[in-house]
Design a protein around this ligand. Structure first.
Ligand code: FMN
Length: 403
C-alpha cells in the first residue's frame, strides 16, 4: 500500500484543530486507512491484540464491564480491536468468553454493536481451543487426545466463527499461538504418532482442517486471521526455521492476516504448588509478554522475517507484529522499515487506552507509558480483573486514564 503523506488529504490527514504525529520524512503510515485482507476497512494500522480481561462471567458470558473495557480501547483510537480468546468448546474456562453455543450470540452481538455504534473501530474475536489443566498439576497434552477428539476440533472452530459472524463482529482470529491446542499441534514438541503428529506435514494437518472448516462456515467475504508463534523459545520447540513454513502454508489457505507472536509455552513453565501451571512463568512466557529489561521490539524480527518470506513467495497477506512496542515513533519505524503491516500494541494501550488518539493528535507527551512490569499479566494469571498498576497510582480508581 502507498504511504499517504500527512496533510495530503486522504485518510491520514490531521483532524481539524489538532497537530498530527509526523515522522521525520513527513509520512505517517501508522494512521493511514488500511484494508485487512482487502475486505475490512480499518481507520489505521494500530491493532489491540487479544488481552484476557477476566471480566467475563465464570460461565463465559459478556458483562457490562467487559463491554466498557473494549469500548475504551475502541474509543482510544485503535483501528482494529481483537478481543480476548473466546472458547469454541463448552468447558470450564475461568472468566473467559465462549461462543460454544448459540446462547452466547446475544452477548457478543451487544459488544459488537456498541463498538460499531459508538466508535470507528472494527472488532475481531480470537477463537481458542484449550486443553484441561488443574491445580493438582495435571495437564492434558495433545498426545492425550483420541483421534475422535481431534476430528471434532475443526467443526468446533467453524461453529464458533459462524456464531461470531452472526453476532456482527468483523473478524475471527484463530489462536494458533502460545500454549494452547492448535499451537501445540503445530509445535515440534508434538509427539503424536498418528497423522496429526511427527512430521511438519502432519503437524500442519489440524491447522489446515481448522482453516478450511472455518472459511467454509463464514464465507469468503469475512476476515479470518490467525495468530502464530514465530518462535516458541523453548529447547526443542518450533523456531523461525519452521514458522516460515507454517506461515507459508497458512497464507496458501487464504487467511486474511497473520499476527506473529512468540513463546508462552508450558514446556519451560515454572511450577508453583497449588496453582495451575502458567505458560507465562518461564523464559518463553517472558518472550510472549516482554519485560522492561528486554529490548524494545524484541520479537519484531520474527514478523519481519515471516513477512519477507511471504512476499518472496508472492503472498500479500498483511502481517502484524507485537511485543514491547512502546511508542508511535517505534511503531511508525516498524511500518516504514516494512517489518510489518499492522502494529499490535497490548499493554501500552491497557496502560493508556487513548495511546493511538493522543499520538495521532500530536499529544504523545500526554500518553501514560507502559512500564512493562507485567502486573497486568500477574492479575490475569490469578484470575483477577486485568488492570494497569498505573491507573491506581494516578487517582486510586481502577478506571483508565482519560482522553
Ligand atoms: C494480561 C495479558 C493477557 C493476554 N492474553 C492474551 C491472549 O489471550 N491471547 C493472545 O494471543 N495474547 C495475549 N496476550 C499477549 C498480547 O496480545 C501481546 O502479544 C503481548 O502482551 C505483547 O505485546 P505488548 O508488549 O504490546 O504488551 C496477553 C497479554 C497480556 C499482558
Amino acid at each position: 500500500m502507498r504511504a499517504v503523506p500527512a496533510g495530503e488529504g486522504g485518510s491520514s490527514s490531521p483532524r481539524q484543530g489538532h497537530k498530527v504525529f509526523v515522522q521525520k520524512d513527513g509520512v505517517v503510515r501508522l494512521f493511514e486507512r488500511f484494508r485487512i485482507g482487502g475486505k475490512l476497512a480499518v481507520s489505521n494500522r494500530v491493532m489491540v491484540p487479544p488481552m484476557v480481561t477476566r471480566l467475563a462471567t465464570e460461565t463465559g458470558e459478556v458483562t457490562d464491564k467487559l463491554v466498557e473495557r473494549y469500548l475504551l480501547y475502541a474509543m482510544g483510537g485503535a483501528g482494529f480491536v481483537v478481543t480476548e480468546p473466546v472458547s469454541v468448546k463448552e468447558q470450564k474456562s475461568g472468566q473467559l468468553l465462549r461462543l460454544s453455543d448459540d446462547r452466547f450470540i446475544p452477548g457478543v452481538s451487544n459488544l459488537a454493536q456498541r463498538i460499531h455504534t459508538e466508535t470507528d473501530a472494527k472488532i475481531g474475536v480470537q477463537v481458542i481451543h484449550f486443553l484441561k489443566i488443574s491445580r493438582s498439576g495435571y495437564r492434558q497434552t495433545v498426545e492425550d487426545l483420541t483421534r475422535a477428539e481431534v476430528k471434532e476440533i475443526p467443526a468446533l472452530f467453524a461453529r464458533a466463527a459462524s456464531r461470531a459472524r452472526q453476532a456482527g463482529v468483523d473478524a475471527v482470529e484463530l489462536h494458533f499461538a502460545h500454549a494452547y491446542t492448535m499451537s501445540s499441534f503445530l509445535s515440534r514438541h508434538n509427539k503424536r504418532r498418528d497423522e496429526y503428529g511427527g512430521s511438519m506435514e502432519n503437524r500442519l494437518r489440524l491447522a489446515e482442517e481448522v482453516v478450511r472448516a472455518t472459511r467454509q462456515a463464514v464465507g469468503e467475504d469475512f476476515v479470518v486471521g490467525a495468530r502464530i508463534n514465530g518462535d516458541e523459545f523453548t529447547l526443542g520447540g518450533t523456531t523461525l526455521e519452521q514458522s516460515r513454513g507454517i506461515a507459508l502454508h497458512l497464507a496458501g489457505l487464504g487467511l486474511d492476516y497473520l499476527s506473529v507472536s512468540g513463546g508462552g509455552k508450558f514446556e519451560d513453565a515454572i511450577p508453583v504448588e497449588g496453582k495451575p501451571l502458567s505458560p507465562y512463568s518461564g523464559y518463553s512466557g517472558a518472550r510472549a509478554m516482554p519485560f522492561h529489561w528486554m529490548p524494545e521490539k524484541v520479537n519484531v524480527y520474527l514478523a519481519a522475517d515471516i513477512r519477507q518470506t511471504l512476499r518472496k513467495a508472492g503472498y500479500e497477506i498483511p502481517v502484524a507484529t507485537a511485543g514491547r512496542i512502546p511508542t508511535a515513533e517505534v511503531a511508525e519505524g516498524i511500518l516504514q522499515g516494512e517489518e510489518a503491516d499492522i502494529v499490535a500494541v497490548a499493554r501500552p494501550i491497557l496502560a493508556d487506552p487513548y495511546w493511538p488518539k493522543k499520538y495521532e493528535e500530536g499529544r504523545g507527551n500526554a500518553v501514560v507509558r507502559c512500564i512493562y512490569c507485567n502486573q497486568c499479566r500477574d492479575a490475569e494469571g490469578s484470575f483477577e480483573e486485568t488492570t494497569c498498576v498505573q491507573w491506581k497510582q494516578r487517582d486510586g480508581s481502577t478506571r483508565g486514564p482519560s482522553v
